[in-house]
Design a binder for this molecule. Structure first.
Ligand code: ZN
Length: 74
């Protein structure tokens, strides 16, 4: 039983997109953002992450010397 000639009615789902930046209501033009500004902010963040190339990150370099009094036993 396949009645594929009668597709289900596509009901426009009301998506309440919240601006991920300021959590305001998004506008269709900049969905899900509320404005171009917020879109840019998000884009900037995204680009930052994307452009972050894996560099040979050195481990947290400290002074090297461990602070502590060394006792001389002898
Ligand atoms: Zn916003």
């Amino acid at each position: 039983m396949t009645d594929r000639a009668n597709p289900p009615p596509l009901r426009a789902v009301r998506i309440e997109a919240k601006c991920p930046i300021c959590e305001k209501r998004g506008v269709p033009d900049y969905r899900p953002f509320c404005s171009k500004r917020c879109a840019d902010i998000d884009l900037g963040r995204w680009l930052k992450e994307g452009y972050r190339v894996p560099t040979d990150e050195a481990p947290a370099e400290g002074e090297g010397a461990e602070s502590g009094s060394t006792r001389q036993t002898g």
